[in-house]
Design a protein around this ligand. Structure first.
Ligand code: NDP
Length: 246
């Protein structure tokens, strides 16, 4: 029988700000148990307390670029709540710059967080979901996973990769009664642009976000919609953007 969202245990990476934090609040307000992961432990600890503490929410300090830490995150959720119904691989980094700026360290960071972080989330949770014979993996791509923008080559490449990995996963996990969803937002008002070090790109994105970005709850509602479908319905992808965005 299909579980309602309020009966689900949901692991969320990147829960210390932006889309992850908004989703934790939205799902917890509707009764779900949330397991919050990020590197800024103080932020996720405070959020877990806000959401009702140990019965309803726990914080697990996690760097998604470290497979052992991601495995510990999933293991902690299973030890505490007995299962993982939904894994939201949301942690991400956007550092826009033209390729000719050769910001190789930032390319590495984005590949590590946005691609390897998602793969580690899958690796950590898949054995558990196979055992459960149910589960839902939600990977966060972007409008940037559908096109390539100037100064966005590497970020867009990572988000295209998330879509490719998710589609491959979807085709493989049918025997385990698992669902997979890609959520691809457009501009949403979060801390995401704050990590851009290339001055011109930073100024351009900031100005653009000020004009068009929408509230993070838009993303949380998309997640809840995908989750609340009956078990025999798999929402493969939700692509949405601000009405004002091109
Ligand atoms: P934020 O910068 O507000 O949040 C990013 C989150 O990722 C933070 O919680 C941060 O936590 C976490 N994170 C970054 N690096 C790591 C790491 N190594 N290990 C664990 N957690 C990490 O941005 P958003 O909420 O906007 O971003 C969430 C996702 O949404 C990203 O994948 C982003 O690419 C995607 N997205 C966002 C859009 C937007 O316009 N906002 C549009 C399309 C997609 P901490 O620093 O505490 O570790």
């Amino acid at each position: 029988m299909s579980k309602k969202n309020e009966e689900k245990v949901v692991v969320i990476t990147g829960a210390s700000s932006g889309l992850g934090a908004a989703t934790a609040r939205h799902l917890a307000a509707n009764g779900a148990i949330v397991v919050l992961a990020a590197r800024r432990a103080d932020r996720i600890q405070a959020l877990a307390e806000e959401l009702g503490g140990d019965e309803k929410a726990i914080a697990v300090e996690t760097d998604v670029t470290d497979l052992q830490q991601v495995q510990r995150l999933v293991d902690t959720a299973v030890e505490r709540y007995g299962r993982v119904d939904v894994m939201i691989n949301n942690a991400g980094l956007m550092q826009q710059s033209p390729l000719e700026a050769c910001k190789v360290d930032e390319w590495d960071n984005m590949i590590d967080v946005n691609i390897k972080g998602v793969l580690y989330g899958i690796a950590a949770v898949l054995p558990q979901m196979k055992k459960q014979k149910s589960g839902h993996i939600i990977n966060v791509s972007s409008v940037a996973g559908h096109k390539v923008t100037p100064s966005g080559s590497v970020y867009c490449a990572t988000k295209h990769a998330v879509r490719a990995i998710s589609e491959g996963l979807r085709s493989e996990v049918k025997p385990y009664n698992m669902r997979t969803t890609i959520i691809s937002p457009g501009a949403v008002d979060t801390e995401l642009p704050s990590h851009i070090t290339h001055e011109q790109s930073h100024a351009g994105i900031n100005e653009y976000y000020q004009q068009v970005a929408i509230a993070p709850e838009s993303f949380a509602r998309a997640v809840a919609f995908a989750m609340e479908q009956p078990e025999d319905v798999d929402i493969n992808e939700i692509l949405f953007r601000p009405t004002k965005q091109e």
